[in-house]
Design a protein around this ligand. Structure first.
Ligand SMILES: [Zn+2]
Length: 286
């Protein structure tokens, strides 16, 4: 029985010539199966010369008052988004966009075009629009539980203006080097909403017959076409702009950083204070 990563990727619907946006818990996928090999190498080999593999290589920012301590973003800045984007950054054929917080990396036929024109002045999720136009497939492997859903939802949020519900987004900053090598401060204008509840879209994907599920190596994985996902997500969010709210009372974004959730501030603060200083809230003995 074939158990190689290539077999698993084929079962997920990945084919030669495909454009694939991959998110993966690299270690969870690992080098599983006989002849499995390395996930990135196997994916690149499968899509081939005419294919393209892209990945989010997002980098940490800080609050504006921390700006002076933030190292400027450069094309070599490691991503916090796991081992896969950092493995891609080490690949000799990689292209990386220059958005200071939400850079994309890509290898293959469309890599240059996908990452071009995505700098400090551009929308954070604009490469998703190019991936949609290229009829890309979105693969999530090994991180479905902790990082559900697809990045097309963030683009749908921005296109519907839902990012304007985030309170004071420009408080989130990064630094970067401009074309003259000068250090500049970048203020975020289009933050994504909370993605913890993006699994809520899965039912609509299934009803449309576009969600493939399976195993890649040892990891549970999902895969779906970007264009159809975006259309579904945009349609649902246009009808219900709160569909993307998660149900965690501790979620900062959903309880305290959206204008339409401002009424949740007192409860969120109380819960936070109680967790940090439990002794204040303890009843006196006796
Ligand atoms: Zn949330």
């Amino acid at each position: 029985m074939a158990t190689s990563l290539r077999h698993d990727l084929l079962q997920m619907g990945i084919a030669p010539g495909d454009v694939v946006l991959a998110r993966a818990a690299y270690r969870a996928v690992g080098r599983a199966g006989d002849g499995g090999g390395d996930f990135l190498a196997e994916l690149l080999d499968l899509v081939g010369d005419q294919g393209t593999v892209a990945c989010l290589a997002f980098t940490k920012g800080g609050w504006w008052w921390q700006a002076g301590q933030l190292p400027p973003f450069t094309p070599a800045t490691p991503s916090y988004a796991g081992a896969l984007p950092n493995a891609m950054l080490a690949h000799p054929g990689v292209h990386r966009s220059t958005h200071p917080q939400c850079s994309f990396v890509a290898i293959g036929r469309h890599a240059r075009a996908l990452t071009a024109g995505h700098g400090p002045g551009d929308g954070a999720y604009e490469p998703m629009r190019k991936l949609i136009a290229l009829d890309a497939k979105m693969l999530v492997a090994g991180c479905v539980a902790v990082n559900p859903g697809f990045t097309t939802t963030h683009l749908a949020e921005v296109d519907l203006g839902l990012h304007r519900r985030r309170i004071l987004p420009w408080l989130s900053v990064s630094r970067y080097l401009d074309d003259q090598g000068q250090v500049r401060v970048f203020h975020r204008r289009d933050p994504g909403c909370c993605s913890s509840a993006y699994w809520k879209f899965y039912g609509a994907y299934v009803r449309a017959g576009i969600l493939t599920t399976g195993k890649v190596g040892n990891a549970y994985a999902i895969c779906a076409p970007a264009a159809q996902c975006y259309a579904i997500e945009r349609d649902i969010l246009a009808r219900d702009s709160r569909f993307n709210l998660c149900d965690s009372p501790d979620c900062l974004t959903c309880n305290a950083l959206r204008w339409d959730r401002l009424h949740r501030w007192p409860l969120w603060l109380w819960r936070r204070a109680r967790r940090q200083s439990p002794t204040w809230f303890r009843r006196p003995d006796g």
